[in-house]
Design a protein. Structure first.
Length: 153
C-alpha cells in the first residue's frame, strides 16, 4: 500500500483517514503528544492563576487597609493665632503614631504645620484620641491631618 492511499479508520462506515509518511509532517497527529501539550497548557494556566492570586494578595495587604488611619476629624477654636484639631488615629495594637497637622487659609496657603508624636495607649489599644492646638502665622479657615505613620523614635 502506498503512503497516499486511503484506509478505513476505526471501524466507522463511510469515513476514511489519509496516512502520510511517518516523520515527514512532524508530531501533529500523535495523540500522546497532544495529551502532553494539553496537560502542559493546563499546568501553565494553573500557574498563571496561582501567581496572579499571590500578587493580588500581596498588593491587598500592602495597599488595602492602612495600619495608620485618621478618623473623626473636627476643627474648633479658630482664631488669628491658631486652630484646635481633634481626631482619632487607628494604630496597630500597642503602638503610637506620628501625625502631620496643617492649617490653611481661605486661598489654600499653608499657615501652620506640625508633626506630632502620639504616644501608645496600651498593649491592646488600637484607637487613640488626639487634641492638638496648631499655632499659625495667619487666620486659618481649616485644619487638616493628611496622614499618620509609625511613631518616630
Amino acid at each position: 500500500m502506498s503512503s497516499t492511499e486511503q484506509t478505513h479508520a476505526g471501524g466507522r462506515a463511510g469515513r476514511t483517514e489519509i496516512r502520510f509518511p511517518e516523520g515527514r509532517y512532524g508530531r501533529r497527529r500523535d495523540p500522546a503528544y497532544q495529551r502532553r501539550q494539553r496537560r502542559l497548557m493546563w499546568v501553565a494556566g494553573a500557574l498563571v492563576v496561582v501567581l496572579g492570586f499571590a500578587i493580588a494578595v500581596k498588593l491587598y495587604r500592602q495597599y488595602a487597609e492602612p495600619p495608620y488611619e485618621v478618623l473623626n476629624l473636627t476643627v474648633s477654636d479658630i482664631d488669628d493665632t491658631g486652630v484646635t484639631v481633634d481626631f482619632d488615629v487607628r494604630v496597630p495594637p500597642g503602638e503610637g503614631a506620628t501625625c502631620t497637622v496643617r492649617g490653611h487659609t481661605f486661598d489654600y496657603r499653608r499657615v501652620g504645620y506640625a508633626e506630632i508624636d502620639v504616644p501608645p495607649g496600651g498593649p491592646d489599644v488600637t484607637l487613640l484620641h488626639v487634641t492638638y492646638r496648631l499655632a499659625t502665622t495667619a487666620r486659618p479657615v481649616t485644619g487638616e491631618v493628611p496622614g499618620c505613620g509609625p511613631r518616630r523614635t
